[in-house]
Structure formats: C-alpha cells, structure tokens
Ligand binder design. Sequence first.
Ligand SMILES: [Zn+2]
Length: 338
Amino acid sequence: MKKIVILLLIASAFSCKNTQSASPKDNSDPTKYMNSITAKDLKKMLYVVASDEMEGRETGSKGQKKAGLYMIEQYKQNKISFPKGATDYYQHIPASFLNARRNENLPDSENIWAYIEGSEKPDEVLVISAHYDHVGIKNGDIYNGADDDGSGTVAVMEIAKAFAKAKKEGHGPKRSILFLHVTGEEHGLHGSRYYSENPLFPIANTITDINIDMIGRRDVEHANTNNYVYVIGADRLSSELHNTVVTQNNKYIKMDLDFKFNDPKDPNHFYERSDHYNFAKHGIPAVFFFNGVHEDYHQKGDEPQKIEYDALAKRAQLAFVVAWDLANRENRPVVDKK
Ligand SMILES: [Zn+2]
C-alpha cells in the first residue's frame, strides 16, 4: 500500500511537470504576474528612493548615486541582470554631454539599466523608462520627488520583478525588455537623449518606449477619484500602440484613460516634456503615463506619505499589461503616422 502511494505521488509529480513544460510559451494571460505588482512593494521601495538620505537625487549628486545603488541592489536580489552588451548596470554620461546645451556645471552622471532577454525575438527590444533624478536640495530643504519621479522609478523596478517572475515560471517575454532609469531629466531630458544618441540596442530594433513619470498622485481635475491616468503620445506614431493601451486597460485594469493632454494643441505640451520624447523623435512609438500636476509638483512637499499607493499600483499594472502585450504579440506595433 505504502509503496503504491509513493509511486502514485511520483507519477503525479512527473505529470504535473510535463503539463507545465508542454506549453511554456502560452503567454496569453498576464493576470498572475500583474497581481504580483502590489501597493505594499511599491511603498516599501518608494520610502527608500524618496527618503532624505537620497538628498533629492540631483543629477550627479552623492544622493542620486546612493539611490542608484539601492535600485541596482533590488535588481540583483530579483536576479535581473544588466543588459547583454553592457559591463554593468550603468550607462555613464560625461559632464560634457550634460552641460553641452546649457552649462549648469553638472558632474558626470549615469543612466541605470536592467534587462530581460526575449525567448523568441531577442533582438527586438521594448524599453520601459522612468527618470530617477530630481531637483536636490534648495535653501536647506530636501526635495524628495516621491511622485516626480520616485513613483515611476519604483514602478519600473516592480514591473521588472513581475517579468522576472514570469520568466522563472516559463512565461518569459518573447521580445527583450530594457528597464531604463534615466538621469538628468529635470535639466532637460538629458539621460534619455544620451541613450537615444548612444543606444545599446539599435534604434531600428527598438519597438516602443513606455515612459512613466508621476503616477502616484491625483490632480485637481480628478479631485473625486484616483482611478484614472493620462495617456499621452501613443497614437502620435502608431495607432496599434494606442489600441493596445485601450484594449489592455479594458480587459485587465478598467481605469479611466484621460487623453486630454494628448491633444497636440494642449498648451502644456507634456508630450515634449518627458523622456519618451527622445524615443519618439527617432521614430520609435512611445506612450507616456502621467497623473497630471498637483500642488506639490516640484515643491518640497512631494513626499512619500502623500502618495496614493493603490493608484500607483494600478497604473503600474496598466503599464505592465501593455508591456506584456507588446513583448509577446505576433508583430511589433506598426508605425503608421509621422
Ligand atoms: Zn518628472
């Protein structure tokens, strides 16, 4: 009796294993991995990234480098490597580049990158970006930039962790994904411009940039709900990218997508004001997720305790399911507009 039971257990263990490996590339449902993106994780990381210890993450500062080391440590813990073709997690940017347009005496600084290789089309690369610099210390006050862009920074890290978990369980992305934390954004989108002019992977093989900048708060237009996000730029180059955002949101997230700032005539011109623009100008379809501005925008009150972590998680999940579709779909989004 005992023996038979053991044999049956062994047999069933084998059959489970076989069923699992029979369809390793069925990536139709991202729900499990989407749900691994949590408010709790994001909060834990943001309280570090936007702590006083990081001194406002001014480009090239000691505090920014310290935040960078923390981010790299998280990637290492989650066993997510730096990209193929790089020697470490840094893309070094010389001061000469940062000060070329306007001399602000910025020191050398670094973009930080991590990477998950695609299983079927490894040469096609999706970029998920967020800037990790902020404006530093002014008159003795530390500007922690929890929303701008600590929120995007931790969202990118959490999205990477979700893809790593999927890969570990046999559901890795078919295309490669570059997780790109750019520097120098507040001084004029320098880090993303540097990457776009010195890309690790050819621009022609870069299928889309998903950029996340400020997704942890709400603006006065949405005083009664945080269940929204502004979607900017998706349809400027690719109707398919726009459709993917809409479809994935309807299917998994059901958040109000606000396209107000996508109007090319909108006087705020947010489309030109964050890092996705440096991809779009090279013809790469790009989408920007954003919560709008609020009273603490570029103020010392942009603190982690004011972040709405449920909204941050939901918006990060939206970026994730869009990324999931782009990384796994049959064809990359077609550029059908100029
Ligand atoms: Zn920003």
